[in-house]
Design a binder for this molecule. Sequence first.
Ligand SMILES: NC(=O)c1ccc[n+]([C@@H]2O[C@H](COP(=O)([O-])OP(=O)(O)OC[C@H]3O[C@@H](n4cnc5c(N)ncnc54)[C@H](OP(=O)(O)O)[C@@H]3O)[C@@H](O)[C@H]2O)c1
Length: 264
Amino acid sequence: MDFTGKVVIVTGASKGIGKAVATEFARRGANVVLAARSAELLSEVESGLAGYPGKRLSLVTDVTKRDQVEAMVDKAVAAFGRVDVLVNNAGIGFSGRIANVDPDQIGLVFATNVMGPLYAIHAAVPVMRDQGGGTIVNVSSPMARMPFPTAGPYSASKAALDALSEAMRLELERDHINVMLVYPGFTQTEFFKSSIREPGTVIPTHPQVQGEPPERIARRIVEGVERGRTFVWYNAAVSLPIAIVASSAGLRRFVGRQVMRHRR
Ligand SMILES: NC(=O)c1ccc[n+]([C@@H]2O[C@H](COP(=O)([O-])OP(=O)(O)OC[C@H]3O[C@@H](n4cnc5c(N)ncnc54)[C@H](OP(=O)(O)O)[C@@H]3O)[C@@H](O)[C@H]2O)c1
């Protein structure tokens, strides 16, 4: 699909999966709004997209701040007149035992992964309704379905995003707004480095080594929008084993105990 003339907002566009998604939409001709907290990184991403068709708008935005998220959508509409696709990608990870981490730190996981998307959806849905439709992409995680030890708050935040997305999908159907959930696998980004961690936690480098390039999930996301999909898995082959483990408390406990055994 040619996205020429379409307007796409990508949160967390300064690096990782968000940068790759912004690049893929730009490559397909869209006007892309790049949002994240780092002005410097956004400017680098915007410069890197100069050769692609369509226009770019970089907006320094902290998704945990409602006024900043509303301003992001307002400025996107002021610049381009509409919002066809909202990609709620900005997110933060967590590594630690729940009882050992300050609840306010845990709250930041929910503020970023749940309230950030909610603020953006609240601001963008009236625009999408007025223009006759649109697509909301919520970047979740397979961890939403598997609440393993040392990642509980992250799993809980993504499970909350899943629940909100599934309810909203039906609520927004009559407005021709599709809500798509995305489950990336281990992806080669700075995600683990940026995670909130229990003091003394070692950054797991192993998954990064084996991770997928972010461009792969970015292509799947853009294809998913194009085809009006409701779910996008990074790899269909893993969705069945994950569904099996997720559906059995015994299997989840078994895998969770293995995780704890390898915990330093
Ligand atoms: N990497 C993986 O293995 C993996 C697996 C499953 C799901 N995911 C999900 O994929 C999404 C992208 O993660 P990633 O792997 O690309 O991680 P990343 O490389 O750490 O990138 C995270 C992005 O989110 C932005 N961000 C973080 N907090 C923000 C805030 N408060 N306001 C605005 N932007 C914020 C960061 O930009 P600034 O720091 O400049 O604000 C950055 O652009 C996340 O939702 C994550 O949960 C990742």
